[in-house]
Design a protein around this ligand. Sequence first.
Ligand SMILES: N=c1c2ncn([C@@H]3O[C@H](COP(=O)(O)OP(=O)(O)OP(=O)(O)O)[C@@H](O)[C@H]3O)c2ncn1[C@@H]1O[C@H](COP(=O)(O)O)[C@@H](O)[C@H]1O
Length: 134
Amino acid sequence: MSDSLERLYLAVLAARDLDPATSRTARLFQRGPSQMAKKLAEEAIEVVIDAVNGDSEAVIRESADLLYNLTVLWASAGVRPEDVWREMSRREDMLGIAEKLPKSSMKLPKVASPRVAARRPIVALEGRAARKRH
Ligand SMILES: N=c1c2ncn([C@@H]3O[C@H](COP(=O)(O)OP(=O)(O)OP(=O)(O)O)[C@@H](O)[C@H]3O)c2ncn1[C@@H]1O[C@H](COP(=O)(O)O)[C@@H](O)[C@H]1O
């Protein structure tokens, strides 16, 4: 999947300076981050509605639209796909697939399972603000 997103990211960068009359991507860049954010939010809601309705084919279609609009917003914000992959790898190393860090390392299981024990120990740095769980 990351290859597809990386190819799409490059296509979005290439389309940024095309004619907004013919390129949706160029039009989104012309209208700016607030329009990009609006479209991304709309697509997220469409995915949610289709999932709640059990329409998996529609979830697939809307997910592709969501990822497109996310890629456009990344490009506008100066975020590269590899920046996101690096953060996901960091979390996977620390705690498992795409998990958030606990509010405090004190909440980790006292007896680490072999899988957890095999990971690098989590070091709560002094003075490091605990991440808020959203
Ligand atoms: N991957 C995509 C892609 N996915 C989704 N979309 C657009 O996003 C729309 C989905 O959002 P909506 O459901 O809101 O569609 P809509 O009803 O037409 O939206 P509105 O016009 O009402 O905002 C689709 O109709 C597509 O026009 C995409 N537009 C472009 N790309 C790729 O982006 C690159 C640049 O393409 P251009 O933007 O056409 O230059 C190319 O590689 C394209 O394949």
